[in-house]
Ligand binder design. Structure first.
Ligand code: GRF
Length: 186
């Protein structure tokens, strides 16, 4: 069944782009209706606007988290959103949103390793031979919740820049694969 999706992202948006392209190519049965972003200069906003996807900007410095979440849930309901995908949204969500619909996140590590920021750098600095990517349902804890898929890439003898590229490429594929699994189960 077609899922109406809101993507939450606050950065470059390469995962947002991968999700959109997979939708357009009929690889996953989703319809991205909304981008939620908390950084007004994020490049992902440009990506959304050029695709005519509505952008919903939030500012955690101006409003209480609970108010933001209540308004967001009203917005999601008005669009009949039934799945939220996090793609580099640098803010932990609260229970109001979490209880509204399933929320899936992508994180560049073999969770539960390297939760939080700068996961790729931390794995690289630890000289890990393999760096992972996890796609998981979220819960109320940071980078936590049931894993849908995990895969790794061998990064031996690679520079940090190469590692970034390799991990991002893996992310773009793994997010789609994980969603195929989720949507098939539905
Ligand atoms: C990705 O590494 C994702 O795993 C993490 O944030 C980053 C977002 O990258 N949660 P992009 O904005 O999709 O390029």
């Amino acid at each position: 069944m077609l899922k109406k999706v809101a993507v939450f992202a606050s950065g470059n948006g390469s995962n947002f782009e991968a999700l959109y392209q997979a939708q357009e190519n009929g690889i996953i049965n989703i319809d991205i209706e909304l981008l939620v972003c908390n950084k007004k200069d994020a490049y992902v906003i440009e990506r959304a606007r050029e695709k005519d996807i509505e952008v919903y900007l939030i500012d955690y410095s101006k409003e209480a988290e609970e108010d933001i979440e209540n308004k967001l849930v009203t917005k999601l309901k008005s669009l009949n959103i039934d799945l939220v995908l996090l793609a580099g949204f640098l803010k932990k969500l609260g229970s109001t949103l979490i209880s509204y619909c399933p929320i899936i996140n992508i994180h560049p590590s073999f969770l539960p390793k390297y939760k939080g920021l700068n996961a790729i750098e931390r794995a690289f600095n630890n000289q890990d031979k393999e760096i992972g990517v996890s796609v998981h349902y979220i819960d109320e804890f940071l980078d936590n919740g049931p894993i849908i898929l995990q895969e790794g890439v061998n990064v031996e003898d690679k520079s940090l820049e190469e590692v970034y590229q390799m991990v991002h490429q893996l992310e773009h594929q793994l997010y789609i694969k994980a969603l195929q699994i989720v949507l098939e189960e539905d």
